[in-house]
Design a protein around this ligand. Structure first.
Ligand SMILES: *Cc1c(COP(=O)(O)O)cnc(C)c1O
Length: 385
């Protein structure tokens, strides 16, 4: 089976984890500090604070911004559930904005329409790895006094006009799950230039305690104060050691993903109007996390037919995502129904994520394109008959 994405682990990763395992620290220690420094440097921010996963990173970002009961946070409909759930964890209300039909990135005009006196923040998602339009979001944020958070769980390695993802928003949240641009098995990171927000993030991941164990030990004292209701959301040194080793290969991973995406575009170009890759925004570089196409074969039944044919051929296609508000929980809790975000709903009928990961070979891309176009053509012929 060709998966839609997977980790790329080599001997240097294995050696790094084994070395950490033999060190004095297993939990949050020197490897975490070193990983955070290297991560901040790679995205060009003053601070990077690690977490046990991307969802915890998003949750912490909501905490650091002071999101509380009934505060509204605007999120795109087309994303993984964690982008909206993190608002609920803080007692806030996620408000869904539609996406642009060509890129599936949050639609800025719809964001502005959905701002109310209760709106506190916007979370943009770098869908598939491409940065959202943070310049326009910053203008809106300034006008209405809002914070901008990037859910960059797809986009480490991406950039806009040479500015890396991580530096484009007030707070940027990353995931290091195995399918993401680099992996720590499970892990997350928040980057920011604000030392105040970073301090708040650090407290939140450590039970709301102002000083962590290493700092106490270094100072020789025993006293500590819990000032907030935090969580144990820390990353371990084992995970951080893997992250450091992976981070060194980020550029190489991004280049390979970009190469695969280019090959897909070339191979699929003759099928324009039937199989259409998503558009790229000008001056942006995508991390190449997902390669998403729209199957323009009219009905959802047809996309599902193509999906099944490819799965039968050992091609691990996927659908990212059902608009979040159409999940049973959101329907029941908030009464959301079809019609809220028409572009996201229309896209959901047509999208398919094709395999893309650094170790994928060109012949695999050829195979996927052959099977995909043949399934699309026969589905179309059936629909026409
Ligand atoms: C993966 C992902 C998350 C959650 O990250 P975890 O590390 O799995 O908790 C959040 N948002 C988006 C868009 C993601 O793709």
């Amino acid at each position: 089976m060709l998966p839609y994405s997977r980790q790329s682990i080599d001997q240097s990763d294995i050696d790094a984890v084994v070395a950490a395992l033999k060190s004095d620290w297993l939990t949050t220690g020197p490897a975490v500090a070193e990983f955070e420094r290297a991560f901040a440097e790679s995205v060009g921010t003053h601070c990077a604070v690690s977490f046990c996963n991307g969802t915890a990173a998003l949750h912490a970002a909501m905490f650091a911004l002071g999101i509380g009961t009934n505060d509204e946070v605007i999120v795109p409909a087309m994303t993984f559930v964690a982008t909206a759930n993190c608002v609920l964890y803080q007692g806030g209300v996620p408000v869904f904005a539609d996406v642009d039909p060509d890129t599936l990135l949050i639609n800025i005009n719809d964001v502005e329409r959905k701002i109310t006196p209760r709106t506190k923040a916007i979370i943009a998602v770098d869908y598939a790895g491409q940065p959202a339009d943070y310049r326009r979001l910053a203008v809106l944020a300034q006008k209405y006094g809002l914070a901008v958070v990037a859910d960059a769980c797809h986009s480490l390695g991406g950039s806009e006009k040479g500015v890396p993802v991580g530096s484009l928003a007030d707070l940027t949240c990353f995931s290091m799950h195995p399918v993401k641009p680099i992996t720590t098995a499970e892990g997350g990171m928040v980057t920011t230039n604000s030392t105040d927000l970073a301090q708040c993030l650090r407290r939140f991941r450590n039970h709301g305690i102002e000083r962590d164990f290493r700092q106490r030990e270094a100072s020789g004292g025993y006293a500590y104060g819990m000032t907030d209701l935090g969580f144990n959301f820390r990353l371990s040194d084992l995970h951080a050691a893997l992250g450091l080793s992976q981070l060194r290969k980020l550029r190489q991973f991004t280049e390979r993903r970009t190469g695969i995406a280019r090959l897909y575009r070339e191979r699929l170009a003759p099928y324009a109007g039937i199989i259409d890759p998503l558009d790229l925004r000008d001056a942006t570089v995508s991390s190449g996390h997902l390669f998403v196409v729209r199957c323009r074969t009219s009905a959802k039944a047809n996309r599902d037919q193509i999906f099944r044919s490819l799965r039968e051929m050992g091609i691990g296609v996927n659908v990212h995502y059902l608009p979040v508000y159409l999940h049973p929980y959101y329907r029941e809790q908030f009464g959301h129904t079809e019609g809220l975000c028409p572009n996201a709903e229309a896209a959901y009928q047509e999208i398919l994520s094709l395999p893309i990961y650094p170790d994928m070979e060109d012949v695999d891309v050829d195979y996927v394109c052959r099977e995909l176009t043949s399934a699309a053509m026969s589905t179309q012929a059936r629909a026409a008959a």
